[in-house]
Design a binder for this molecule. Structure first.
Ligand code: EPZ
Length: 432
């Protein structure tokens, strides 16, 4: 298995290029099969989850031509299967987007029920409620979800909870339903807007994405398009936290600053200086003493739950007592035990982490419990002056971060991706 090995304590300085948004790309790949024409997608992040999603659509017969590391041409005209193998949903929950895409295009689909994961139970009841409201018969048995419909008819759907996945899935299916669909209490995340823009570029008629009421007027069919995925706000936010934790000065390029407002606001509360440009953001934390603040995760435009672990790692180094309240997922503090082993002082009471800032972290051998928690442990390791940090189970991190070690090395980090104990020992000898 692979590990990141880190000798921290150096301020990260310089510029980093942000890649395409993983969580937009996964839905866009699914939506791309809803037409029989060629769909060219650019700015795809070259991360494991995206490559698994491309495998999943090839597995049911779609053609995928890889133009370069970040560009593919997808053609869904040769799809022959409508059942997504359990293996894919086991690897990435987002395979459930193929339920919405296949149901919309072929009026039938079958996907294995996604299990829970490290951060919570993560049911898909709201997705299924939406499909049923559009006229589909949906059965869940033997660990499978199967949906089929004589016809899909537009409907007025109220989302009991704000759900990114359910909003996107229902929006996809409704694009090819007859008549008008209104989705109330819709998720407003930038990647929801990106998927709506993508579908509209294929001839769909979607209005209001980015607000809590999305209106879809179904069309007969969708056509081909060329589209570029928006930048990944969570990758960008992770580098912003790395600048804060290492008292560095990083220019984060190819971002949409508006998408980062909640993260910028909290880092400014914590004492960092933030400079916004058209498509870049600079985090200046050189010689800044980090200050406590309180964070509560909320649906966009609130503070993103996917930034919660990384922000907690920063606040663990801030003067005073901070609180981090996780209101989206029921179990997103698994990194706390690992961070505590690096010297953090964090007490978790129900869904609130009470963080007493410490002077510094010390390097330790830790394990990534999930994708964003793993990124938070890297951020902590980058700040740890004493000792060396070894992060195990980094396959979680590689699911969502492209060239994470290389991008950090360019900013001055002493980090290596290794896959054996001998190389860990060699790294430790070199930096000692
Ligand atoms: C997406 O997950 C992201 N994943 C998550 O990012 C992100 O944390 C989450 O949105 C919230 O922003 C992808 O886009 C692939 P939700 P999703 O439906 O769509 C409950 C990462 O690190 N819920 O908005 O699954 C759910 O349990 C990942 O990149 C239901 O109860 O999230 C949660 O408590 C982690 N029933 C809340 O809603 C449903 O049918 C929000 O979940 C659906 C969701």
């Amino acid at each position: 298995m692979e590990q990141f090995v880190i000798k921290g304590g150096k301020p990260l300085n310089g510029a980093v290029e942000i890649g395409g948004a993983k969580n937009a790309a996964l839905a866009i790949i699914a939506a791309a099969i809803m037409t029989d024409n060629d769909v060219k997608i650019e700015n795809l992040p070259d991360v494991k989850d995206v490559n698994v999603m491309l495998d999943a659509i090839m597995d049911i017969g779609a053609k995928v031509e890889r133009i370069d590391r970040h560009t593919v041409i997808i053609n869904g005209s040769t799809i022959g299967g409508f059942s997504i193998d359990y293996d894919y949903i086991k690897k990435i929950r987002a395979s459930y987007y193929l339920l919405g895409a296949l149901l919309g295009k072929y009026k039938k689909a079958e996907v294995a029920l996604p299990g829970g994961c490290a951060i919570g139970a993560r049911p898909i009841d709201l997705h299924l409620k939406g499909f049923r409201a559009l006229g589909a018969t949906v059965d869940t048995k033997y660990g499978l979800v199967s949906a089929d419909a004589e016809a899909l008819i537009g409907s007025h759907i109220y989302m009991d909870k704000v759900s990114v996945g359910a909003t996107i899935n229902i929006m996809m299916t409704a694009s090819l339903a007859e008549g008008k669909t209104i989705i109330e209490n819709a998720a407003k995340e930038p990647h929801v807007v990106d998927v709506a823009n993508f579908l509209n570029s294929m001839g769909a008629n979607i209005r209001g994405a980015g607000t809590d009421v999305i209106r879809v007027v179904g069309v007969e069919r969708l056509h081909g398009t060329e589209y570029s995925v928006i930048p990944d706000q969570i990758e960008a936010g992770t580098f912003m936290c790395a600048a804060a934790a290492t008292h560095g000065d990083i220019l984060i390029k190819n971002v949409i600053p508006k998408h980062l407002e909640a993260t910028s606001a909290k880092l400014m509360d914590a004492g960092c200086k933030i400079f916004e440009y058209d498509d870049a953001i600079r985090v200046f934390a050189t010689d800044i003493e980090l200050q406590r603040t309180s964070v509560t995760t909320l649906p966009y435009p609130g503070f993103p739950t996917d930034m919660q672990p990384q922000m907690a790692a920063v606040l663990g180094l801030a003067k005073g007592t901070s609180t981090v309240t996780e209101s989206i997922f029921e179990n997103r503090f698994k990194y706390v035990n690992e961070l505590t082993r690096m010297g953090a002082q964090i007490q978790v009471e129900s869904n609130i982490a009470i963080i007493t800032g410490v002077e510094k972290y010390a390097g330790a051998r830790v394990a990534a419990p999930d994708l964003r928690a793993g990124a938070a442990l890297v951020v902590a390791g980058l700040s740890a002056e004493d000792g060396v940090t070894v992060v195990d189970d980094i396959h979680y991190i590689l699911r969502g971060y492209e060239d994470f070690d290389k991008k950090l090395q360019k900013l001055g980090a002493d980090i290596e991706l290794v896959d054996n104990e001998r190389d860990i020992r060699k790294f430790i000898l070199r930096v000692s």
